[in-house]
Design a protein around this ligand. Structure first.
Ligand SMILES: [Zn+2]
Length: 399
């Protein structure tokens, strides 16, 4: 500003005679012509708009875009989230039927975008772990699903907060949610960063840089120094590729778990695995019972579409996973470590393996019709050490 005045000595105040001041030449010299032109243009636009509005007020709008009070309410309903529920549920409150067919459709789409309320759950390209406060009704599985991670990742990333026991999950607990799947590794005598990184197919930097590992970056420069990491230290290895040789901390059980069936899916006696809660979740997404419990059918059959998820009814360890010649087809048995076992038969796909630790609500396979079966369903048995096979509907949340 100052410079332009200096370069333009013509515009100095004492030279300006009042009468000649407002000429185009003067304005141009002062550099005001362009701004004034813009102001004029804006005024013209406003005048045009107001004129158009007044014209329509006189003539009247076409009747098919007149908004009735009822349709206004529908728009409001669509714009107002009912509770802070998920995006999908909010979408279902958009009442298209009561709106005029054409003009308001785009309005609804525009409003709906504002309903993405769950900004605390970023899923894309996160590189840092985030903190999640457990809410009422959360399970390890539902949290894992929310963040697109494996249940094991959530559990082992928070093994200390959870006191090595998934039952301690309760509202208010702060969980660390890693940016990606990985495993928790228990440092062993003689390990070096390079060795451990190689073992899991990651770069040493990934381990050192992971914030909760709390490692000194200088370890990257001095390979020998990493030998000073205390054996037993738990380190999270982000992006770890599971190898046959990997070692993870485990739940130690007092009693060994045995498979109740003979066959190719049988697992050897297993001395670890989380202990069940004595509460159960429903094992799939439908509640269509096709065969009830009876002495000749000590189970319940729940029908549904091919491929529906089958959930572990409680925490435990897999003691059978595979084919069964006796008619179960592809079957999984979980030992819950508290005297209970659960069996899931006729699966189309098994998603867990022998000895795998599973958590309540974790997906263990898909509904199918393998073995002695006439259509897609899951055959669920609940076995108790003291009572034998019991009616699952007496224990599962059927209602
Ligand atoms: Zn059955």
């Amino acid at each position: 500003m100052d410079e332009s005045n200096i370069q333009n000595p013509v515009v100095s105040e004492d030279e300006v005679p009042g009468a000649e001041f407002w000429t185009f030449d003067r304005l141009a010299q002062m550099g005001l012509l362009e701004p004034l032109g813009r102001v004029f243009l804006h005024v013209m636009v406003v005048v045009t708009l107001v004129g158009t509005a007044l014209f329509f007020r006189q003539v009247g709008f076409p009747s098919n875009i007149t908004l009735t009070p009822q349709s206004n309410m529908a728009v409001l309903a669509a714009a107002t989230p009912q509770s802070g529920e998920s995006e999908e549920e909010s979408e279902s409150t958009v009442v298209l039927a009561s709106l005029p067919p054409f003009p308001t459709t785009s309005v609804i789409t525009g409003i709906r975008r504002a309903l993405i309320l769950e900004t605390d759950l970023p899923k894309l390209d996160r590189t840092e772990p985030i903190t999640y406060i457990v809410r009422r009704g959360d399970t390890l599985s539902s949290i894992a699903e929310k963040f697109g991670l494996k249940v094991e990742t959530i559990f082992w990333s928070n093994v200390e907060a959870l006191e090595r026991d998934p039952h301690t999950l309760k509202p208010g607990i702060k969980l660390t949610i890693p940016p990606q799947d990985g495993i928790l590794y228990e440092w062993e005598e003689g390990d070096t960063l390079q060795k451990v990184a190689e073992k899991f197919g990651v770069e040493p930097e990934a381990i050192v840089d992971y914030p909760t590992n709390d490692l000194d970056p200088s370890l990257l420069l001095d390979e020998e120094a990493s030998k000073n990491i205390e054996p037993g230290t738990l380190l999270f290895i982000p992006g770890a590729k599971l190898d046959i040789d990997w070692r993870m901390p485990r739940f130690i059980r007092e009693r060994l778990a045995y498979a109740p069936l003979k066959g190719p899916g049988e697992c050897g006696p297993i001395g670890y695995g989380p202990i069940g809660t004595y509460t159960f979740v429903w094992p799939t997404t439908t509640k269509i019972i096709t065969t009830y419990f009876s002495p000749v059918h000590p189970a319940v059959d729940i029908a549904g579409a091919m491929g529906l998820p089958i959930y572990a009814v409680d925490h435990g360890v897999v003691v059978y996973a595979g084919w069964h010649y006796g008619g179960y087809g592809y079957v999984v048995v979980i030992d819950h470590g508290n005297g209970w076992q659960s069996l899931y038969a006729h699966m189309s796909q098994i998603l867990v393996g022998c000895g795998q630790e599973v958590f309540q609500g974790q997906i263990i396979g898909s509904m199918g019709s393998t073995g002695r079966s006439t259509g897609p369903h899951v055959h669920v048995e609940l076995m108790n050490q003291a009572w034998g096979k019991v009616d699952p509907l007496q224990f599962l949340p059927y209602k």
